[in-house]
Write a protein that binds this ligand. Structure first.
Ligand code: HEM
Length: 326
């Protein structure tokens, strides 16, 4: 069987015509590596220039974090399928505000149509972490997309941050173990991934947490306070209007281990500590990891990179020829 397909692509089943004389099967790109590379480049410049890193990271996590290891069928099992782009999923309470992130990434999908939504969301999140000074995530690509609203996961798979927990958990630690355990993730992975809150803010109008503004989000360090962080059409000057929220860290556009040092110290009422954050230093199973990451940023980065890669592949059905690295 002879195949022909352009450089930079991997093959999949017969589609379309081939000019060669002999082939019985001609293949077309399942995973377009050139488009993936170009998209990555574009995401870097866009995310860097707009400071929308936090909401992009949250979008990737909320697409993949719906995975249920007890369900065999794809895409009913959830995970990184791109289903968050559809109603009703984007309208789930936990996803409030994330339509803004879809708006940011929509034009990228138009420009690089052969990249799946699922790949786009996970790539954008990895780039957002790296562009904020975090580790390079060892990403792989070729995720299949959920294709219709009927394939959305039911509401309620993502974690709550405080009592009362929808699953009846009596403590934040129990709730985190139930939710992340359903994804097949461990105590260590729960703790290290919570470090994603080194970026971003909570706003009352979205999650019900946080304040209208704090000294860090109102007149924050560097250009942080001017960042649209999810409101791409807002001019950088004058200062954004509306709720600016409460951040977990002083520089909430920089990816470092300050989430752990701040949650541990609880030094400032202007920084957020949700019950699910606080429990990382209170629970016997979580504490050793939280202490380690507070003390050692390198260890945090190394473990975070692996955990985000795993998160980005939860529930994934790979296209033929995938996964690929770029
Ligand atoms: C451990 C369980 C988790 C809970 C209970 C939780 C809860 C929350 C809440 C309540 C917000 C505020 C949303 C808003 O008001 O806009 C938030 C924001 C955020 N979360 Fe989480 N989260 C969890 C895990 C994670 C994970 C695993 C990641 C990434 C690896 C992550 C990344 C983010 C980011 C980056 C933001 C800021 C979004 C922005 O500024 O627009 N979270 N989270």
């Amino acid at each position: 069987m002879q195949t022909c397909f352009p450089k930079g692509t991997t093959k999949r089943a017969f589609v379309g015509s081939c000019r060669r004389r002999t082939p019985t099967v001609c293949v077309r790109a399942a995973v377009n590596v050139e488009q993936l590379k170009a998209l990555r480049q574009e995401l870097f410049s866009y995310i860097n220039s707009r400071g929308c890193n936090p909401i992009i990271v949250r979008l990737g996590w909320h697409d993949s974090g719906t995975y249920d290891k007890n369900i065999a069928e794809w895409p009913a099992r959830g995970g990184a399928t791109g289903s968050i782009r559809f109603k009703p999923e984007i309208d789930h309470a936990a996803n409030k505000g994330l339509a803004i992130a879809l708006g940011i990434l929509g034009p990228m999908k138009k420009k690089f149509p052969e990249v799946s939504y699922a790949d786009l969301f996970q790539m954008a999140s990895a780039v957002a972490v790296e562009a904020a000074g975090g580790p390079k995530i060892p990403m792989r690509y070729g995720r299949k997309d959920a294709t219709s609203p009927e394939q959305c996961v039911p509401d309620g798979r993502l974690p709550g941050a405080a009592h009362p927990f929808a699953d009846g958990s009596t403590s934040p630690a129990e709730h985190l173990r139930r939710v992340f355990g359903r994804m097949g993730l461990t105590d260590q992975e729960i703790v290290v991934l919570s470090g994603g809150h080194t970026l971003g803010r909570a706003r009352p109008e979205r999650s019900g947490f946080g304040a209208d503004k704090t000294k860090y989000t109102d007149v924050g360090p560097g250009t942080s306070s001017a960042s649209p962080s999810g409101s791409p059409d807002r001019p950088v000057t004058p200062k954004p209007v509306g709720q600016l929220g409460t951040s977990w860290t002083a520089n909430w556009l920089e990816f470092d281990n300050s989430y752990f040092t701040e949650v541990k110290a609880k030094r400032d009422a202007d920084l957020l500590v949700l019950p699910t954050d606080a429990c990382l230093f209170e629970d016997d199973g979580f504490r050793p990891y939280a202490e380690k990451y507070a003390a050692d940023q390198e260890a945090f980065f190394a473990d975070y990179a692996l955990a985000q890669q795993k998160l980005s592949e939860l529930g994934v059905e790979w296209d033929e020829g995938a996964p690929v690295t770029i």
